[in-house]
Design a binder for this molecule. Structure first.
Ligand SMILES: [Fe+2]
Length: 183
């Protein structure tokens, strides 16, 4: 199968987890802001792809037996969106920023575990290979048309390089005032 829905979702989860790891190890305020931006982009595309394409297909395949799992998943997505909205207005220097990031990581990690340990396994049992393959193609199509960058997934080396660039820039004397620059 070229595009397995389970693998596509798991790949996205691994990218988000890597960004969490980066947040936990990189210290500067610039790094934190940059990582949050990447996370917001990844999580928004991922949850929208699930809600508009994957979950409706899962619901159809699982029938009423899947109601509880899916309702919980939608509810958890909503909570993640709310935390991301709150983070968008926060300054990385505030202690609340870190508290909210920790909440976000906890919430997403819990959601990822539930999806991977329960939902995706049940879907794999309930859906034919043909249907999963067709769903995977549609998921991939969505991702490709909604990807802000030219490549399909975030290149983590690139993220590292950009973080280094930002760190360099923050050491240089300010040449021009950037958007969102804090005084
Ligand atoms: Fe999800």
């Amino acid at each position: 199968m070229k595009n397995d829905p389970k693998e596509l979702i798991q790949n996205d989860h691994r990218i988000v987890e890597k960004l969490f790891g980066q947040y936990e190890t990189k210290g500067s305020d610039e790094d934190r802001r940059f990582i949050l931006d990447e996370l917001t982009r990844e999580l928004s595309t991922h949850t929208e792809m699930e809600e508009t394409i994957a979950y409706p297909a899962f619901r159809e395949a699982l029938g009423t037996a899947g109601n509880e799992l899916l309702e919980e998943a939608y509810r958890e997505h909503q909570e993640v969106k709310t935390i991301l909205e709150e983070l968008a207005t926060r300054d990385p220097r505030e202690p609340e920023f870190d508290a909210k990031m920790k909440l976000l990581m906890e919430q997403v990690r819990h959601h990822v575990k539930e999806e991977e340990d329960e939902m995706l396994l049940e879907v794999e049992r309930a859906m034919s290979e043909e249907k999963r393959s067709e769903l995977g193609d549609r998921m991939m199509e969505f991702k490709e048309s909604n990807q802000p960058m030219s490549d399909d997934t975030i290149d983590m080396n690139e993220v590292d390089e950009q973080l280094d660039d930002e760190r360099e820039r923050s050491k240089m004397p300010p040449v021009e005032k950037e958007e969102g620059h804090m005084t």
